[in-house]
Design a protein around this ligand. Structure first.
Ligand code: SF4
Length: 242
C-alpha cells in the first residue's frame, strides 16, 4: 500500500557522525530488509502497516526542506529510516527534488543507498558524498535478507558507474551478514581503497531465518571479527573501519 501524506516537518537533528541533520522523504522502505531497525519506528510500530510493502510518501517534503533550510547550519544525511532511492523514488522523485534544493543552496549532503536508481541523479551528485551499502557477495543470501533490494550484481555495477563518473563514493558493509568475506573484500578493493564494517545488532529479527539456514554462527562476535580480519588482509589494517 502506498499512501501519500502531508508532512509537518522535513528536517530533523541527528546524532549520526556524518551529518547534523537527516531527511527521510518516505516512511517505510520497499527493500524490506529483515534486519532493519526502522521497522520498529513510528507508524510501523503502532499500526498494521507491513514493513517492505507499505510506504508513506511525504509529498510536500521538498517544499518543507526549502522552507526549513534557512534555520539550519551543517550537513545533511539521506536517509536514516528509509532508503532514499527505494522503488517509490522512481515515480515521486522526492529525493531528487531535495538534492536539487540542497545543492542550489550550496549545502553538503551524504547519501546512503543500496539502489542503482541513484544513477539517475548522477548529474546532481558531483559535490555530494555517496555511500553504497553492499552487505554480501552472495545473491542467495541477499534474496533472503534483503528481498526487495537491488541484486549484488546491480550494486557492483552501480559502484563501478559512480566511480567512473568521478563521484565521491564509499562502501558500507553493514550489517555484516552471511558472505564469502575474502571474495567480497577482493571485489570491493577493485573500486575503493577503504571500507566500513558494522555488526548486525538486532539478532532477534533474523534469528529464526538464521536457524533455518544454519547460519547462527554468523550472529557471534567472533564471526564478525573474522570478517574484519579477512577484510584487513585485503585492504590493510588502517583501511577497515568498524
Ligand atoms: S534499505 Fe535500509 S531502510 Fe530500507 S529496509 Fe533495508 S536497512 Fe531498512
Amino acid at each position: 500500500m502506498i499512501r501519500e501524506i502531508t508532512a509537518k516537518t522535513a528536517i530533523t537533528r541527528t546524532k549520526i557522525p556524518v551529518a547534523k541533520y537527516v531527511i527521510n522523504p518516505y516512511i517505510g522502505c520497499t527493500f524490506g530488509c529483515l534486519y532493519c531497525y526502522a521497522r520498529f519506528i513510528g507508524p510501523f510500530k503502532y499500526t498494521g502497516y507491513k514493513w517492505g510493502k507499505d510506504v508513506l510518501v511525504k509529498t510536500n517534503v521538498a517544499q518543507l526542506v526549502e522552507k526549513e533550510l534557512i534555520k539550519t547550519k551543517g550537513d545533511f544525511f539521506l536517509s536514516s529510516i528509509c532508503d532514499p532511492y527505494q522503488h517509490m523514488e522512481k515515480k515521486y522523485e522526492m529525493t531528487r527534488k531535495i538534492i536539487q534544493i540542497l545543492t542550489s543552496h550550496f549545502r553538503k549532503a551524504h547519501i546512503m543507498t543500496k539502489s542503482n536508481l541513484i544513477l539517475r541523479d548522477i548529474d546532481l551528485l558531483k559535490d555530494l558524498s555517496v555511500t553504497l551499502t553492499i552487505t554480501t557477495d552472495r545473491e542467495d543470501v541477499r534474496k533472503i535478507l534483503e528481498p526487495g533490494a537491488p541484486s549484488v550484481e546491480e550494486r557492483f555495477e552501480t559502484l563501478r558507474k559512480l566511480k567512473e563518473a568521478g563521484i565521491d563514493v564509499s562502501v558500507f558493509v553493514g550489517p555484516v551478514i552471511v558472505m564469502d568475506a575474502e571474495h567480497l573484500a577482493y571485489m570491493l578493493s577493485k573500486y575503493v581503497d577503504r571500507v566500513m564494517l558494522d555488526a548486525l545488532n538486532y539478532h532477534r529479527q533474523v534469528q529464526m531465518v538464521y536457524e533455518k539456514y544454519g547460519w547462527t554462527d554468523w550472529l557471534t562476535k567472533d564471526k564478525f571479527l573474522e570478517v574484519v580480519e579477512r577484510f584487513e588482509r585485503v585492504f590493510g589494517k588502517g583501511s577497515v573501519r568498524y
